[in-house]
Design a protein. Structure first.
Length: 148
């Protein structure tokens, strides 16, 4: 089984979280590639991977806004991309003092479903520093591996 993690990260938290997810997937026999969203294309969402995991924090105030590098990627998803038969999961670190705690997770899940994709596990939302929630992230990743 193969997975790709695509992350966008401005201050490093999502990148750190991606590393934990990647480690856990590898430990569960899933061969994992991790890439910054700036280095991939939307066609990677429908590539040969058995699972694509998106990591994207929210950067809004009153409304949900995606991390800046993810914005461009998201706009390209708007086209005629058909993700039927493809499996996805979404995660984010966030801050529960904001109105839309990790709103980016719900936002991306909605779009992936609209495009025909399957969300195999409820998105993971971590409040604060991901390094403080390593076991929760490892458990979530292990359940992703089992769902494949
Ligand atoms: C201007 C600004 C807006 C933010 N908006 C939200 C938000 O709406 N919801 C949320 O959960 N976190 C919000 N955050 C917190 C970030 O998503 C959080 O710090 C995250 O860990 C950043 O990830 P990164 O280090 O990978 O860039 C916001 C942070 C900033 C600076």
């Amino acid at each position: 089984m193969k997975a790709m993690i695509i992350f966008g990260s401005t201050t490093g938290n999502t990148e750190a979280m991606s590393e934990i997810v990647s480690k856990a997937l590898d430990e569960n026999e899933i061969e994992t590639i991790t890439a910054n969203v700036t280095e991939v294309s939307v066609n990677d969402l429908k590539g040969e991977n058995d699972l694509v995991v998106l990591g994207c924090p929210a950067y809004g105030d009153d409304e949900i806004e995606l991390q800046e590098d993810f914005e461009e990627f998201y706009e390209k998803m708007e086209g005629s991309l058909d993700l039927s038969g493809k499996k996805f999961a979404v995660f984010a670190p966030g801050d529960s003092s904001y109105e839309h705690f990790c709103g980016s997770v719900d936002f991306l899940e909605k779009k992936l479903k609209e495009l025909g994709g399957e969300i195999i596990e409820e998105g993971l939302k971590i409040d604060g520093d991901p390094d403080d929630s390593e076991s929760e992230i490892m458990d979530w990743s292990a359940s992703l591996a089992k769902s494949l």
